[in-house]
Each structure stands twice: as structure tokens, then as C-alpha cells.
Write a protein that binds this ligand. Structure first.
Ligand SMILES: [Zn+2]
Ligand SMILES: [Zn+2]
Length: 328
């Protein structure tokens, strides 16, 4: 699985950060999902290798503009680009109505099948080998987390044992890999004898705006990664009186520690936090506050930063995104 941030700022864009959007790509093939679509997301996409034609579904966490104002432009551009493949939009109440009104008043024609799925019904959805479940959060409007979990994990073949027992590479290996017992001569051998223990399915939880991380306790079970907002540090949250609606870094760090989450990725930073460590307040303050309670791997999202979650559940930074705009 690959993740690429397209926007990491809370509320309004800055020169360095656009508003919320995150691409999640499957390990194989070019299918990908978009979680939130702040204004300008389609412009951000132009600086990546992601194609709007291979986008499988869009998940909107909540109706605030910094998470969805880019949706209609992106859907319209997909139409202009000749998209034919169906597209699902999973979103809270209001988004489908907003789309319908815009379509009506701006003569917007969508030539591909577009289906809206109501997140408020908490459906469990399946896309290929990925199952998506939804968790309600606490914010000023209905807000949701989307958990992406691999459904089936292939057990690797015990190649050394196959070779030792003289089972030659060929169609039999394929059948064993699928868990089918095979017959060789007069003997039937159990596939399980030649399969190594399977790994845990990969699971990534991507949360919308949320002042109560503990609501994610069940969703985070067996997850390797939580992506959560950390709009403020605690002191600033108290100063601006925004403790209802948003999380502060220490709160999320403490929750992730309690859950034993191996990886925590913080995003959705208030524009007041500067990139430079020597300027106050800095995003580094957000990281430092989370690290006071969290001992796992902590990451602070940046626009265009690209991560890989390996089959073993290890998160790696592939690119910090700093060259994305100049490279294109
Ligand atoms: Zn927001
Ligand atoms: Zn919000």
C-alpha cells in the first residue's frame, strides 16, 4: 500500500500546504482511492503520477470546505478527461445534494457512472482485495474515519521444503499457493504443509477531524497505521478555545500509545505552525508534543510526501515531497 499526501493544512491553504486530501494506492496495479478532496486537489494531482482515470472511489470525511470543496472540480475534470469508468463517492449527508444542485445550476454533464454512498449509514464496502469500514468521530458536523483493510493475505510458499520434497516448480505450486491440496502420483499432499505462516492483513485508519481519538479504539485494533489530525498543540488549542472539534498533538499521541499503534502519521496542521523548527510556533512543536507520550514511529505529513506500508506492516518514507512541484 502507498500513501501520498496532497494537502495537509487545516482550514485554509498556505504556500507550503494545500487543504486536506490523501491518496491511498493499492500495492498492485494503479487503482487508488482519494480520502478528502479540499479545494485545489486536482491541481495537486498534476504534480504526482496518479491518474484521475484509475481513481476507484472518493471518501469524504465530513462536509467542511477544507475537506470537500475540490470535489466538484475534480469530478468535472474527470468528465472533461473522458473518464468512462464508474466512480463511487462515499460521503456524509449533504454532499450528494450539493453535487446535484451544482450539476443543475452549472449544466455539469458527467459521462461516467457516478454513485453516491451515504457514509452516515456506516456501510462496509469492498473494493478488490480491500475492505473499507467506517467509524463515526466527534466534530462540529458528522465526521468519519475510514479503515482500509486487506481482505485476503496470501501465505508465501515454503520453497525450500517444496524443493526438498522434489515438487518441481510449475502449476502445482500455483495450486498450493491457493491453498488447494494436490495429488502427486498416488499421494495427496496438503497445501498447508507447504505454506508458511501468513502475515497480518495490512490495515490503515484514516480519520477526519475529531476531538476524541478514543472513538477509534476498535478501528485501530490490528492496524499498523493511524492517520489523524493534530491541528494544534495543547497550549494553542486552549488559547484559541478550539478544544471542541479538533484534537491536539498530545491527545493523539497518548491514544496511539495506549493502542500500541506502531505508526502514527499526523496531518491537518493549523496554518499558524511554521515549517522551520526555529520559528515559533512550528510543526516541530506538534511532533515534540506527540512524542512526549508516543513511543512508536511518528511522522508529520507534508504535501506530496509518499509512504509505503510494506506487506510486513512497516511504514517507510519514500519521498518527502519537497521536489514534487519543481520536478513536474
Ligand atoms: Zn478540517
Ligand atoms: Zn472540520
Amino acid at each position: 500500500m502507498y500513501l501520498q499526501f496532497l494537502g495537509t493544512s487545516a482550514g485554509v491553504p498556505t504556500k507550503q500546504r494545500n487543504v486536506s486530501a490523501l491518496a491511498l494506492q493499492e500495492s498492485k496495479g494503479s487503482d487508488w482511492y482519494l480520502i478528502d478532496c479540499g479545494e485545489g486537489t486536482q491541481h495537486q494531482l498534476l504534480h504526482t503520477s496518479l491518474s484521475i482515470n484509475t481513481l476507484k472511489a472518493i471518501f469524504i470525511t465530513h462536509v467542511h470546505g477544507d475537506h470537500c470543496y475540490g470535489l466538484l472540480g475534480l469530478l468535472a475534470s474527470a468528465a472533461m478527461n473522458g473518464r468512462k469508468a464508474p466512480l463511487q463517492v462515499i460521503a456524509p449527508s449533504g454532499i450528494a445534494e450539493w453535487f446535484a444542485a451544482t450539476q443543475r445550476y452549472t449544466a455539469l454533464y458527467i459521462p461516467y457512472p457516478l454513485e453516491f454512498v451515504l457514509a452516515d449509514d456506516l456501510p462496509t464496502l469492498t473494493f478488490g482485495n480491500t475492505q473499507v469500514s467506517i467509524t463515526p468521530l466527534s466534530h462540529r458536523v458528522p465526521s468519519y474515519a475510514y479503515s482500509f483493510c486487506e481482505q485476503q493475505v496470501e501465505s508465501p510458499l515454503d520453497i525450500a521444503k517444496l524443493q526438498r520434497d522434489g515438487i518441481a516448480k510449475g502449476p502445482l505450486w500455483g495450486q498450493i499457493k491457493q491453498g488447494k491440496d494436490v495429488t502427486i502420483g498416488d499421494t495427496t499432499v496438503a497445501a498447508s504443509e507447504y505454506l508458511l505462516a501468513s502475515r497480518l492483513p495490512r490495515k490503515v485508519v484514516i480519520a477526519g477531524d475529531n476531538d476524541s481519538p478514543e472513538l477509534l479504539r476498535t478501528a485501530c485494533q490490528n492496524a499498523q497505521l493511524l492517520v489523524h489530525e493534530a491541528t494544534y498543540t495543547q497550549d494553542v488549542a486552549e488559547k484559541v478555545g478550539d478544544s471542541v472539534g479538533h484534537a491536539y498533538a498530545g491527545q493523539v499521541g497518548q491514544f496511539a500509545q495506549e493502542c500500541g499503534l506502531p505508526n502514527l502519521l499526523l496531518t491537518h496542521f493549523s496554518p499558524r505552525y511554521q515549517a522551520q523548527a526555529e520559528v515559533s510556533p512550528s510543526v516541530c512543536d506538534i511532533g515534540a508534543e506527540a512524542q512526549q507520550s508516543y513511543q512508536g514511529q511518528l511522522w508529520l505529513a507534508q504535501d506530496f510526501a509518499r509512504f509505503q506500508l510494506s506487506p510486513e506492516g512497516e511504514l517507510r518514507l519514500l519521498s518527502d515531497g519537497s521536489g514534487a512541484k519543481s520536478a513536474n
